[in-house]
Design a protein around this ligand. Structure first.
Ligand SMILES: *Cc1c(COP(=O)(O)O)cnc(C)c1O
Length: 246
C-alpha cells in the first residue's frame, strides 16, 4: 500500500515533467523557464516528502494552518513554500513565518497588514498579485481593470517585492476554454513592465493546473501549480479551499 502510494507519485511526477517538457518544446521555450509547484492541499506530509525526495523543491498550500502543520512535520527537508490560497489578515503572522512568497495578494487591507508586520520584523517578502482573469467565475483575485492602480500603489511599500502575477483561470473541463484567462494575465504583466509600474524582474506568471498546464505554458507561464495529477483526487471539494464567502 505505502509502496504503491510512493510509486504512484513517482510515476505521476515523471509524467507531469514530460508534459511540461513537451509543452515547452512546442512553444519553443527552454524547459528551465517553467517551474513546477506542487499544490498539496489535503496531501499528507508523507506524500509531500516522497515528491521532495524525488527532487521537487516548490510547494504551495491554500490554508495557513494546514501549511504550518505540514511544514513542521517536514522541518528536516529543504524546500520552498509559497502561499496560494485566500489569505486572511489574521493569518499574516503565520504566513510570514512559514512562506517565502505569497502568490495571492489581491487587496489593499492585506497589503497594509503585511507591510505593518514586515516593518516590525524589519524585513521584506516576495509577493505576486492575484488577478481574477475569469471575471464572474471566481470571487478571488483583483479585477483586471484595477490591477494597474493597485501595483502603482504597491510601489510605496518597500517591504513587498513584487515577483509577478498569479491567476486561477476559469474552472473549465476543457483546457482550451481557459486560454483567454492566461493570455490576459500575460498581457497585464507585459503592460505593467512596459509602463514601468513594476521592475523587469517581476516577470513571474503563476498559472496552469493539472488539466491545462500545456495551455498555460504556451501562454507564457513561468510556474505551473499541479495537485491532482500528482497526488490523486482530493477528498474535499475545492470549494472548501475557495469558499463562496470571502
Ligand atoms: C488546488 C489548486 C491547484 C492545483 O489544482 P489541480 O487541478 O489539482 O492540479 C492550483 N492552484 C490553486 C490555487 C489551487 O488551489
Amino acid at each position: 500500500m505505502q509502496d504503491q502510494y510512493q510509486q504512484n507519485i513517482k510515476e505521476n511526477l515523471s509524467h507531469i515533467h514530460q508534459r511540461m517538457a513537451n509543452a515547452c518544446r512546442i512553444a519553443g521555450r527552454e524547459e528551465s523557464s517553467v517551474r513546477l509547484l506542487l499544490a498539496t492541499k489535503t496531501v499528507p506530509p508523507e506524500g509531500i516528502r516522497v515528491a521532495i525526495d524525488l527532487g521537487e523543491q516548490l510547494v504551495g498550500e491554500n490554508r495557513m494552518q494546514e501549511f504550518a502543520q505540514k511544514a513542521d512535520a517536514l522541518a528536516d527537508l529543504q524546500y520552498e513554500r509559497h502561499f496560494i490560497g485566500h489569505l486572511q489578515t489574521n493569518k499574516v503572522k503565520d504566513a510570514l513565518k512559514y512562506v517565502s512568497c505569497i502568490q495571492s495578494v489581491d487587496r489593499m487591507d492585506l497589503v497594509q497588514k503585511l507591510d505593518q508586520r514586515l516593518q516590525q520584523e524589519g524585513r521584506s517578502m516576495n509577493i505576486m498579485v492575484q488577478v481574477n482573469t475569469s471575471f464572474e467565475e471566481s470571487k478571488f483575485g483583483m479585477n483586471p481593470d484595477d490591477v494597474f492602480d493597485f501595483i502603482k500603489q504597491l510601489k510605496q511599500y518597500d517591504t513587498l517585492v513584487v515577483k509577478g502575477f498569479m491567476t486561477i483561470g476559469l474552472f473549465a473541463d476543457e483546457a482550451e476554454l481557459v486560454r483567454p484567462s492566461y493570455r490576459r494575465l500575460k498581457e497585464i504583466r507585459d503592460r505593467a513592465i512596459v509602463e514601468g509600474l513594476i521592475s523587469n524582474n517581476a516577470n513571474e506568471l503563476s498559472m496552469g493546473m493539472s488539466g491545462d498546464l500545456e495551455v498555460a505554458i504556451q501562454e507564457g507561464a513561468t510556474m505551473v501549480r499541479v495537485g491532482t495529477a500528482i497526488f490523486g483526487k482530493r477528498i474535499y471539494a475545492d470549494s472548501y479551499y475557495w469558499p463562496e464567502e470571502k
